[in-house]
Design a protein around this ligand. Structure first.
Ligand code: XBP
Ligand code: MG
Length: 240
């Protein structure tokens, strides 16, 4: 039975509640900055999370709600610009301390460092967003504990496609059953499962009622998770 060698962490919703209070707010700032009377309230944003990737999400919204705007010359470039501006607003919100880490996360990371597990970030958000979040919330020793960062810029297809997880396994030279993915959403679970990796699911606010069939472990918060218990439960589910 293979030994658990690595924890692969998703970012948005998993490390912190970045979606509702961070990205959503930042998208709205960017829309206003571009003179667009678009506003994503909490409920609408929850539905839009089915579409992963910030620029993909804006494009999908425009296709469904503002097709004429999308048909204009230059709309694609404008979406790229709005997305970049959204990420600038997101970084400012993070730097202002508006988003805290999910409870219990740091303790689990410290336990994993002490156990000499490998740790990686496997997200399809932009690299700049990951850097902003980690810079604001982790000291250098915890930041350095992640030996690999796979982000949206590194893949052609975002979650639920497994490409990011395949890439992480290749880079870490691990087989799927030596790693555990830590995710908050059905799209994240699908991505990990499609790569053959088992998941610990810590649902974020938008996914409290979601279907996580196939997860190895489901916990409300990291405070309910300890590394020894995780190893044991994951072991019962096939890891050791
Ligand atoms: C993250 C996403 C991202 C964020 C916004 O998914 O879907 O699009 O919402 O970030 P996951 P960007 O947590 O599964 O990686 O605007 O940088 O895409
Ligand atoms: Mg997520």
């Amino acid at each position: 039975m293979p030994e658990l060698k690595a924890l692969l962490f998703d970012v948005d919703g998993t490390l912190a509640e970045t979606e509702r209070d961070g990205h959503r707010v930042a998208f709205n700032h960017a829309f206003a900055e571009h003179g667009l009377a678009w506003h994503w309230d909490e409920q609408r944003y929850g539905a839009l999370l089915q579409i992963t990737g910030g620029s993909e999400r804006i494009t999908h919204f425009a296709q469904s709600n503002h097709p004429q705007w999308l048909g204009k010359a230059g709309a694609t470039d404008l979406i790229t610009q709005i997305h970049q501006d959204k990420n600038r607003h997101f970084a400012a919100l993070i730097a202002a301390g508006r988003i805290s880490l999910r409870p219990g996360l740091k303790t689990l990371l410290q336990q994993a460092v002490a156990a000499e597990l490998q740790m990686a970030i496997v997200t399809t958000t932009s690299r700049s967003n990951v850097k902003a979040l980690l810079q604001a919330n982790f000291d250098s020793s915890l930041r350095n504990a992640f030996q690999l960062y796979v982000t949206g810029e590194d893949v052609a297809r975002k979650k639920p496609d497994p490409e990011c997880y395949h890439l992480a396994l290749r880079e870490l030279e691990l087989s799927a059953n030596e790693a555990l993915a830590i995710e908050d959403s059905p799209n994240g679970l699908k991505a990990a499962s499609a790569a053959g990796i088992r998941s610990l699911i810590v649902p974020s606010v938008y996914f409290r009622e979601a279907d996580f069939t196939g997860a190895a472990v489901i916990a409300d918060e990291f405070t309910d998770v300890s590394l020894p218990a995780l190893r044991q439960t994951a072991g019962e589910a096939g890891l050791k």
